[in-house]
Design a protein. Sequence first.
Length: 263
Amino acid sequence: MGRLDESVALITGASRGTGAVTARSFVEQGAVVVLGDVLDDQGRAVADDLGEAAVFVHLDVTVEADWVAAVKLASQRFGGLDVLVNNAAILDVGAIVDMDAELLSRLIAVNQIGPYLGIKHVVAPMSARDGGSVVNVASIDAMEGSNGVAAYTSSKWGLRGLTKAAAMELGRHGIRVNTVCPGAGSEEMVRPFVEEAIDRLSARTERLPDRAQRPFNREGTLEDVANAIVWLASDESSYVSGIDLVVDGAWTVGKIEPGAPFS
Ligand SMILES: NC(=O)c1ccc[n+]([C@@H]2O[C@H](COP(=O)([O-])OP(=O)(O)OC[C@H]3O[C@@H](n4cnc5c(N)ncnc54)[C@H](O)[C@@H]3O)[C@@H](O)[C@H]2O)c1
């Protein structure tokens, strides 16, 4: 028996990375999935690979008509909708003083307004099935602040705020709304913005004392994140709403003090 048997899910940003891995986990747990993204060819390939239980739809999360079409497809193909995973996002790396206002608007539109529109359009179909689960994928950047990612950080803190407000507003409809805050994600998101990002990041993780001060002796994986999303999507979390589920191996909790007991 799967943990998501008989569930119909819509996952945004599902053409690659966390979204694609989550779609696969959902299908493995018995769900049927609508994959939405702006990368059409990649998304179709992921859906084809998942077989009958998956279908791809072009969904730019900033376009309300795309949401209407995606929700309609879920209903026509699979009979309704139980789960929305607001996973799609974009990143920009740069100083506040250099930020272009149009780029800032686009980032906020994708990362914050997109999930808002998604929630807006799933309330009716989820209510028609006596409830559902919305999982908003934020980041550990929604738990703290870092230099160089002010736009992204603002958008992810905003997403946590949306989660809390929506959890209050939609509880009476049986709809739970939660945030997952991963400390891991796809390399493809980071690569374009930081020169030789991945090589440098992996070198850094071995070199910096910061790595030795983290409690887990490994990096997080996309599967770690997908597992948390599956749990929040499933009935196992049926009394959980409005939370931030941080999936970071306690990275943001504190530092291991060298020399202290159990270091
Ligand atoms: N990459 C990381 O290091 C990291 C860390 C923590 C959290 N996250 C979060 O995890 C989630 C998944 O990101 P990822 O790491 O898999 O990165 P990714 O870039 O591989 O995936 C993001 C997906 O969103 C899609 N997308 C972008 N704009 C869109 C739009 N307007 N409409 C629909 N889809 C759109 C992209 O095409 C892509 O497939 C995001 O919310 C991200 O902020 C990522």
